[in-house]
Design a protein around this ligand. Structure first.
Ligand SMILES: Cc1cc2nc3c(=O)[nH]c(=O)nc-3n(C[C@H](O)[C@H](O)[C@H](O)COP(=O)(O)OP(=O)(O)OC[C@H]3O[C@@H](n4cnc5c(N)ncnc54)[C@H](O)[C@@H]3O)c2cc1C
Length: 283
């Protein structure tokens, strides 16, 4: 048994192609928006992409492109806050991040896959990847209980030995054993691994889905491992895109947004109860 810690790696973030955006804006007007990004040294692609997509809606990169729009917001942080406040959720869906969740259990992955829209999952296959040692995470409170640790370690060691025994018994490492047979038996063998066995997955989510899952999975009622992992994801996202994640208040590990995902676009209180959605349009 190998003791492990759940870890989160940010593997990919959005990359805007400013040359292509410039070509497009030359067609429709609005190049001054790119000049503003340069002037204000706004080089956060995730935030720039969200602003670009939002400004597409009303052609509001600059005043005058749309005769109905006389004034535009030219402060990115305030513009994006207004997007969050007014519940303009599709804008957030253009911006995706990819994470490797390393040494997370199947307890976590069962729960994570319940979140479907705006996400993608590729999980290590324990049908193909044979278990030998059983990586396992123990929370601090469990580590502090010597009798629990003694019994848990003995149980996991026995399960590990059984994995090794089965591999030998099924002669999986003999020459010429076909992949089909290995897969068949490896899948049987994984049934004797605990739900808590640490494994890994690649998880991609757009900002709308991220905002929702960070809130749901750091809630005090959520499971402790997924709370730990989504606390890490929240920290990463707040550093990556402060204008899209800076509205959370974190209390005892619970991430409560100032503005909720677009479930309640108009008139209902935000999660904290401290602010109300205005329903105002985002220009
Ligand atoms: C603390 C906690 C405890 C939980 N306990 C249990 C439990 O005991 N048993 C259990 O089975 N589950 C449990 N869950 C899982 C929960 O029921 C949800 O399935 C899970 O949180 C996914 O969230 P979501 O429903 O918001 O969907 P997501 O997939 O995250 O979707 C986000 C939003 O998109 C919309 N949406 C998504 N799919 C549809 C659709 N098909 N049609 C219309 N609108 C859609 C909804 O507005 C939804 O809120 C728990 C979750 C949490 C956070």
């Amino acid at each position: 048994m190998k003791r492990v810690e759940p870890e989160v790696f940010l593997a990919a973030r959005p990359q805007a192609d400013y040359d292509v955006i410039a070509s497009y804006l030359r067609e429709v007007g609005g190049e001054s928006w790119l000049e503003r990004l340069d002037r204000d040294q706004l080089d956060n692609d995730a935030q720039n992409l969200a602003e670009f997509a939002g400004k597409m809606c009303y052609r509001s990169w600059e005043p005058g492109l749309n005769p109905n729009v006389r004034r535009v917001r030219d402060d990115q942080a305030r513009y994006l806050e207004n997007i969050l406040r007014s519940g303009h959720g599709s804008v957030l869906e253009h911006v995706s991040f990819t994470f490797v969740l390393h040494n997370v259990s199947r307890v976590l992955s069962h729960e994570l896959v319940r979140h479907r829209p705006g996400t993608a999952v590729s999980q290590e296959s324990l049908r193909f990847v044979r278990l030998d040692e059983l990586p396992f995470w123990f929370p601090d409170w469990a580590r502090e209980d010597p009798e629990l640790m003694k019994r848990a370690t003995a149980l996991l060691t026995e399960m590990e030995e059984f994995q090794a025994w089965m591999a030998g018994h099924f002669r999986l490492d003999d020459d010429g054993v076909k992949m089909h047979e290995k897969k068949h038996k490896t899948s049987f063998m994984r049934r004797f691994a605990p739900d808590g066995v640490a494994t890994g997955l690649v998880w991609t989510a757009n900002v709308r889905a991220l905002r929702h899952t960070i809130e749901a999975r750091t809630d005090p009622g959520a499971e402790e491992e997924i709370r730990l992992v989504f606390g890490k994801i929240g920290e990463i996202m707040r550093a990556e895109a402060p204008a899209l994640f800076g509205d959370y208040q974190v209390t005892d590990g619970a991430w409560v947004p100032g503005w909720r995902k677009v479930l309640r676009a108009r008139g209902l209180t935000a999660a904290s109860g401290s602010r109300r959605t205005s329903g105002r349009a985002a220009s």
